[in-house]
Every structure is written in structure tokens, then in C-alpha cells.
Write a protein that binds this ligand. Structure first.
Ligand SMILES: [Zn+2]
Length: 254
């Protein structure tokens, strides 16, 4: 998920594992030319590792690539979205606690990121699914404040209150409210109950897309209690007309 150069030739890795959540481990000699480990421990790689347990830090003794998601790695737009997905997955996981559902979602998500025609639709779905499997699914059916079922119509979303709020509850509190049109709410509900390949072709209008991104980002940030570092990077490249190749491959550091 992240790495940091250590000493002359070593690398410290932050790994997401299904059995143990986030693990930190050193890969000795990984930066030496011709290192057996070096070729398999790049960012955003799905790998099979042998790990020696240490008291403070674990050590990687063997590594084999399962999937490097090659279709993603030559396109900076897809890579930045992949990094965003990995960062969110890391932030909802803790050290030494199993995270099989988050791990599976990330591996599937990166696989789709390598091939999908609509990377942004994938991100919207992924964020919502990640929030759902970690128990932070926003409320889209009834008012997050009073619990009344919402009439079909335009509403507002409060990340602080965890969902849409009805007109009567809207004016209570001083939280930031994001507009959510009827169309936006329909798309959010659809995304929340569907699997990715089924929503890839869902057409979303420009205004809905903006509203959904604001809502999901606000909700994810509130849940994670801090901004996600690569969000700014994602904003920066969002409006590039065509994503080009990544200069020098995927070595942006951590
Ligand atoms: Zn209400």
C-alpha cells in the first residue's frame, strides 16, 4: 500500500493482508539491482509473500506476484484512482485485525480498474461499498435525524449526521449540507445495492456526478476523521482530457 526506502538497499512496506489487516515488514535488499524481492513488491501489486515474524518488524523472505494489474499501470489516471482505493482500504483497516472483506474488495476493485471503461463509476461504487462493509453505509432511505421515510424529491445530505435529512430536520444543527437531487439519490441507492459490473454502464448526469462525489467524499472523510491524502491528487488530474502513460512507471514513492 505504501513503501519507504530504508538504509542502503532495503524497503519498508505497508501491506494489506486478509488475515492480519495492515502489516509492516521490511524487504531486505529490495532496492539492489537484480533483487528477487524487488520485482514483486511494487505499489498496488497483489502478491503472495512469505513473512518472518519479528518482535518489532516482520521481514519479507519470499515474494511472488499474483496480479500486477498491468492494464492500470500505464495510465496515470487509473493509477491515481488505484492509489486512492488502496489508501481508503488502508485507513479502514488496523494492524493485526483480519480484513478479508476489505482485502477482497480492493483486489477486485484494482482488477476492474485495470479494465473498466468507466474508472469514475468504479470509484463511486468502491467508496460506497467500502463504507458499507466497514459498517458506515450512509442512510439514503429515511431521514438520518428523525428516521421518517423520505418522500421522493430533492433533499440534502449531512456527513455529520450520516445520511440524507428531511426538510424538517434540515435547519437543525450547523453542519455542512450537500444538495442531493432526486436523480442523485436514485443513483446512490442503485450503487449501494448493486455489484460493480452491473453499475459500470449506468449513465450519470454531470450535476449528479458532482453531487455524488461531494457526498461520498464528505462522508468518507468524516468516517476517517481526516482528509485522504491522494484526494487532492485525484482532483488535480480529474480534468485532464486524456490520461497519458506514467513517466518512469509506478515509482512515486509513498
Ligand atoms: Zn428528519
Amino acid at each position: 500500500m505504501r513503501h519507504l526506502d530504508l538504509g542502503e538497499a532495503d524497503r519498508l512496506l505497508w501491506l494489506l493482508t486478509p488475515q492480519r489487516g495492515v502489516l509492516r515488514a521490511t524487504a531486505r535488499g529490495a532496492r539492489k539491482p537484480g533483487s528477487k524481492l524487488g520485482g514483486h513488491i511494487d505499489l498496488l501489486c497483489y502478491v503472495k509473500l512469505s513473512i518472518r515474524e519479528g518482535r518489532d518488524l516482520h521481514g519479507v523472505s519470499q515474494a511472488d506476484t499474483v496480479d500486477a494489474f498491468r492494464g492500470m499501470r500505464t495510465d496515470i489516471g487509473r493509477v491515481s484512482r488505484g492509489l486512492y482505493m488502496a489508501e481508503l482500504a488502508q485507513q479502514v483497516s488496523v494492524e493485526d485485525a483480519p480484513a478479508p472483506a476489505v482485502f477482497r474488495l480492493l483486489v477486485n476493485g484494482l482488477g476492474w480498474m485495470a479494465t473498466t471503461e468507466s474508472p469514475d463509476a468504479l470509484i463511486r461504487w468502491y467508496v460506497l461499498r467500502l463504507l458499507t462493509i466497514t459498517g458506515f453505509m450512509p442512510e439514503f432511505g429515511s431521514c438520518a435525524e428523525c428516521g421518517n421515510v423520505l418522500e421522493p424529491g430533492d433533499h440534502v445530505f449531512s456527513a455529520e449526521r450520516g445520511g440524507l435529512v428531511c426538510p424538517a430536520c434540515r435547519s437543525q444543527g450547523s453542519d455542512v449540507l450537500h444538495p442531493a437531487s432526486l436523480g442523485t439519490i436514485k443513483v446512490l441507492r442503485h450503487l449501494a445495492r448493486s455489484d460493480y459490473p452491473a453499475v459500470a454502464a449506468l449513465s450519470v448526469g454531470e450535476e449528479e456526478r458532482r453531487q455524488i462525489e461531494r457526498i461520498l467524499r464528505a462522508h468518507a472523510s468524516t468516517v476517517l476523521d481526516r482528509g485522504v491524502r491522494s484526494s487532492a491528487f485525484l482532483d488535480e488530474i480529474r480534468d485532464w482530457p486524456e490520461a497519458g502513460p506514467v513517466p518512469g512507471g509506478l515509482h512515486r514513492g509513498s
